[in-house]
Design a protein around this ligand. Structure first.
Ligand SMILES: Nc1ncnc2c1ncn2[C@@H]1O[C@H](COP(=O)(O)OP(=O)(O)OP(=O)(O)O)[C@@H](O)[C@H]1O
Ligand SMILES: [Mg+2]
Length: 312
């Protein structure tokens, strides 16, 4: 049985709470992330993926709920030392490699920032050598250390972002659409680099994405979000083979495949939440339909989903 690294319990992140413009960006979601796995998080723009990541890593205080990392609630008040240690263990890679690196700083200083904060190097020579080692780890080299971030291409900048995250020996990395700003030809390179690093260093990833084909390739399990709720969670294979929530089905039906037979019969499904016809007082929750496959549904829907899956 895999070990849990993170437990996210009833997490809520409401912006402008109580005001007319309140946004329930993350609305009571729960899931676990196991050590060494990649959990993909998908859903349409604005459904709360980034907010989930940012709340987990404590860029935001949670409105409610818990994030338990290795048995410790990260949102509890902690000593400065403990907080610093969390900040080291959990790193984030951002969507926009242009906006997330300071263009006026040398690569050496961008990557060494975490080393300095956490006192991981003793002198300038060691600092430089460590940065060069990190550059080489992400497929760049020594010459790059003295250049400025604006001198790099998108794919190279994302490599710098990865090197910066790796500098402090993290255990857990939240990659928030790390490839969506990149050319398709470069996307696979960056994803492969992340995979290699994971194997080498035993990293755990939360991988946020729009691109469902890439997320299937990199993820062990996938969670689907819709308007602040997690609506389905299963292994990548299972989710693609047996999507159960109608929203997941609509997401998958939108992906074209390079298979003419499939394309001829592919029907684009749309999702209308009103079709659930939930009654007042009916409890809608994440329920385990088959082992490890969770769907946000009512008790009644659970019964029919189970009946459907056993008839297959
Ligand atoms: N700081 C903020 N203040 C107020 N509302 C916010 C803030 N950040 C995000 N939101 C709102 O919360 C919701 C979720 O946003 P979030 O950025 O998490 O979505 P996302 O799934 O990451 O979307 P995308 O795929 O476009 O990156 C949106 O309605 C957004 O407008
Ligand atoms: Mg986002």
């Amino acid at each position: 049985m895999a070990e849990k690294l993170l437990e996210i319990k009833n997490l809520k992140q409401y912006f402008n709470q109580g005001k007319p413009n309140e946004v329930r960006a993350v609305d009571d979601i729960s899931f676990d992330i196991y050590k060494g796995e990649t959990l993909g998080l998908v859903g349409e723009s604005g459904c709360g993926k980034s907010t989930t990541g940012r709340t987990i890593i404590r860029l935001y205080d949670a409105t409610d709920g818990q994030v338990i990392y290795d048995g410790v609630n990260v949102h509890d008040k902690k000593s400065k030392k403990d907080l610093k240690e969390f900040n080291r263990k959990m790193q984030m890679i951002f969507q926009d490699p242009y906006a997330s690196l300071n263009p006026r700083m040398k690569v050496l200083d961008i990557i060494a920032e975490g080393l300095d904060i956490h006192g991981l190097v003793k002198n300038p020579k060691e600092r430089k050598e460590k940065v060069v080692e990190l550059l080489e780890t992400v497929g760049l080299n020594r010459e790059h250390a003295d250049r400025y971030a604006h001198e790099f291409s998108g794919g190279q900048r994302q490599r710098l972002g990865i090197a910066r995250a790796l500098a402090v020996n993290p255990e857990f990395i939240i990659a928030d659409e790390p490839i969506s700003a990149l050319d398709v030809s470069i996307q696979a390179q960056v994803v492969n680099l992340l995979k290699e690093l994971q194997e080498e260093k035993g990293l755990t990833y939360l991988f946020i994405a729009h691109d469902l084909s890439m997320v299937k390739y990199i993820s062990d399990r996938i969670g689907v979000m819709y308007f602040g709720k997690l609506v389905e969670l299963a292994t990548a294979e299972e989710l693609y083979a047996n999507p159960m929530h109608p929203y997941t089905q609509s997401l998958l039906s939108a992906i074209p495949l390079p298979d003419p037979d499939y394309e001829r019969t592919r029907v684009r499904k749309s999702y209308d939440p009103a079709n659930h016809n939930y009654q007042d007082g009916e409890e809608i929750a994440m329920r385990e339909v088959t082992p490890g496959h969770f769907v946000y549904c009512s008790e009644k829907e659970l019964e029919s989903l189970r009946a459907l899956s056993s008839s297959k």
